[in-house]
Design a protein around this ligand. Structure first.
Ligand SMILES: Nc1ncnc2c1ncn2[C@@H]1O[C@H](COP(=O)(O)OP(=O)(O)OP(=O)(O)O)[C@@H](O)[C@H]1O
Ligand SMILES: [Mg+2]
Length: 255
């Protein structure tokens, strides 16, 4: 069974079409990357999966259930999204932020229980933010803050994690640290991961399957080796590139 199945999806802002006739499938436990130039529709796709924007046409299924028939709370139990720009409430602590992740799991009259506390602690430990739990977000470095957001996303206990360019504001060490963490969570918890990444080498390394968007359409999909060919890179980015293809790693070098 597919964890995520997108069928003939079209997305638009007002009457401006942004994504057209998109079909894609992601199996449970897969980690996939979406690549493509600016404005090719990547963020819009993630937002539609999280129910933030409604399709102009087509359907999105999570475990074969049509998300247009799920209420928003039910969907939030299944899908966690980290947007490109997270609006950070600066004066709350890491622990408070992570608690927010539990809200989709609670009924309005329920308080937090020891089981919630355990999940929250676990999420902070997995992301190495437990020691930071009493610090407010404004006092953290960009990388620490990013980890706190991941902890919140994990506390939600989602089936699918959506990350929109999560490494943009991170230095190289924190980029690697973040991607390794996501990789580990994917392997250990079998959470399905969809990453939007600009860095093709990172996309190839951390996504075992790639979707390449161009002008709102799915241009290519497959393994990094299948998608990241000089020809495709020329078509998608208008860039001449050489590919170094090692068994363990694919590297794209723009000429
Ligand atoms: N809220 C919005 N209202 C109107 N148009 C929008 C809105 N958000 C995005 N768009 C437009 O939709 C198109 C696709 O945007 P989207 O953000 O999905 O691209 P992207 O592939 O994520 O680009 P980037 O790599 O720059 O993040 C762009 O032309 C953009 O200008
Ligand atoms: Mg985007």
């Amino acid at each position: 069974m597919d964890m995520l199945r997108i069928e003939d999806l079209s997305l638009s802002y007002g009457d401006k079409p942004v994504v057209q006739n998109l079909n894609l499938r992601v199996k449970k436990g897969q980690a996939v990357s979406i690549i493509g130039p600016n404005a090719s529709g990547k963020s819009t796709i993630l937002k539609s999966i999280a129910g933030i924007i409604k399709p102009a046409g087509g359907k999105i299924f999570i475990e074969e259930k049509d998300i247009s028939k799920m209420d928003s709370k039910r969907l939030a139990q299944k899908v966690s999204i980290l947007l490109q720009q997270n609006r950070t409430p600066d004066d709350i602590s890491v622990e408070e932020l992570v608690y927010f992740g539990r809200y989709p799991r609670k009924k309005w009259f329920e308080g937090f229980e020891s089981s919630d506390k355990k999940i929250i602690e676990e999420a902070m430990k997995l992301t190495n933010t437990f020691a930071l739990r009493d610090k407010t977000l404004e006092t953290l470095s960009g990388g620490e803050r990013q980890r706190a957001w991941i902890a919140m996303a994990l506390a939600q206990e989602p089936d699918i994690l959506l990350f929109d360019e999560p490494t943009t504001y991170l230095d190289l060490a924190h980029q690697i640290e973040f991607l390794e963490l996501v990789n580990r969570l994917n392997k250990e918890t079998r959470v399905t991961v969809v990453l939007v990444l600009h860095d093709l080498n990172q996309a190839a390394r951390y996504g075992n399957y790639l979707f390449a968007m161009k002008d709102g359409r799915l241009f290519a999909q497959g393994s990094p080796q299948e998608v990241l060919t000089p020809q495709n890179i020329l078509s998608i980015y208008n860039i001449e590139a050489d590919i170094i293809n090692r068994p363990d790693r694919l590297v794209v070098i723009p000429r």
